[in-house]
Ligand binder design. Structure first.
Ligand code: SAH
Length: 249
């Protein structure tokens, strides 16, 4: 179970590269930058199992989770060394936990290689220190997309003084911001969104919380993006973004 990091191939760990080289079969998700596959042996098999991947069952566009789990177990039982390559960190909103439990239930031995999660790489790309002690008491990783549509306890989060990092928040950004304002977050709370963090196409907007959905729409930002909310966003460096743009150019 390998974390591929947020996109920049240099953010793949040495351990991930070593483990990929040992694999006979690699099951790879959509969000994984294909340059990570440079570490796979030429004789290894690569299976795309992402949402828009080539592995389609019953003409569904996405590979069902249960199918991925069964496939991993089947391949491992045949004696193959299977790499499950997932974007960011496998255990941060990546269903890596479910997959690990399925492997354990089938008595398949598994090793986990953590990855740099997008929720920490995105603020880092703008030079935002997420737990800077003058501005935050901690950092909370949240999803904007829950199966039952319920949201977190925004009042409790606000009272905790934590920087918020929201994954999968773009589709419901307006609703999330309305809920946060209703829970007492000041309209001018510093906020930003970063699309394709660490990749050449990275785009970001920094705006006060109440204006973030408009700024995101005006800039045409979409998924995959990370939203960061809290006083630490004041430290976002436009210079860091400009330098990166220059490097890419
Ligand atoms: N396990 C992954 C997260 C998977 S959930 C991790 O640890 O990073 C998918 C969400 O991650 C996307 O909707 C988006 O919110 C975020 N994401 C992944 N890669 C990203 C990137 N390069 N830039 C911005 N957001 C990204």
């Amino acid at each position: 179970m390998i974390g591929a990091g947020p996109g920049d191939p240099e953010l793949l760990t040495l351990k991930a590269a070593r483990a990929l080289f040992e694999a006979d079969v690699v099951l790879v998700d959509d969000l994984v930058d294909r340059r990570a596959l440079a570490h796979v042996r030429p004789d290894a098999r690569i299976i795309e199992v992402g949402k828009r991947g080539g592995c389609r069952i019953n003409s569904r566009a996405s590979t069902p989770q249960a199918f991925i789990e069964k496939l991993m177990v089947r391949l491992a039982r045949r004696g193959a060394t299977v790499a499950r390559l997932k974007g960011g960190d496998p255990f941060v909103f990546g269903r890596g936990g479910e997959e690990l439990l399925a492997l354990r239930a089938a008595s398949v031995e598994a090793e986990v290689v953590p990855g740099v999660t997008a929720g920490l790489a995105a603020p880092a790309a703008l030079g935002i220190p997420v737990t800077h002690r003058d501005a935050a008491r901690g950092v909370t990783l949240l999803t904007g997309h829950t199966h039952d549509g319920s949201g977190p306890d925004w009042r409790a989060l606000r009272a905790a003084g934590s920087t918020l990092v929201i994954y999968m928040g773009m589709a419901r950004l307006r609703a999330l911001v309305v809920d946060m304002l209703a829970a007492g977050y000041p309209a001018d709370t510093p906020a930003c969104a970063v699309q394709n963090a660490t990749l050449p196409g990275q785009q970001e907007v920094v705006a006060p919380l109440a204006g973030l959905p408009y700024a995101v729409a005006a800039a045409g930002l979409a998924s995959p993006a990370i939203v960061v909310i809290g006083d630490v966003v004041r430290m976002a460096s436009v210079k860091a973004c400009a330098e990166r743009a220059q490097r890419v150019a």
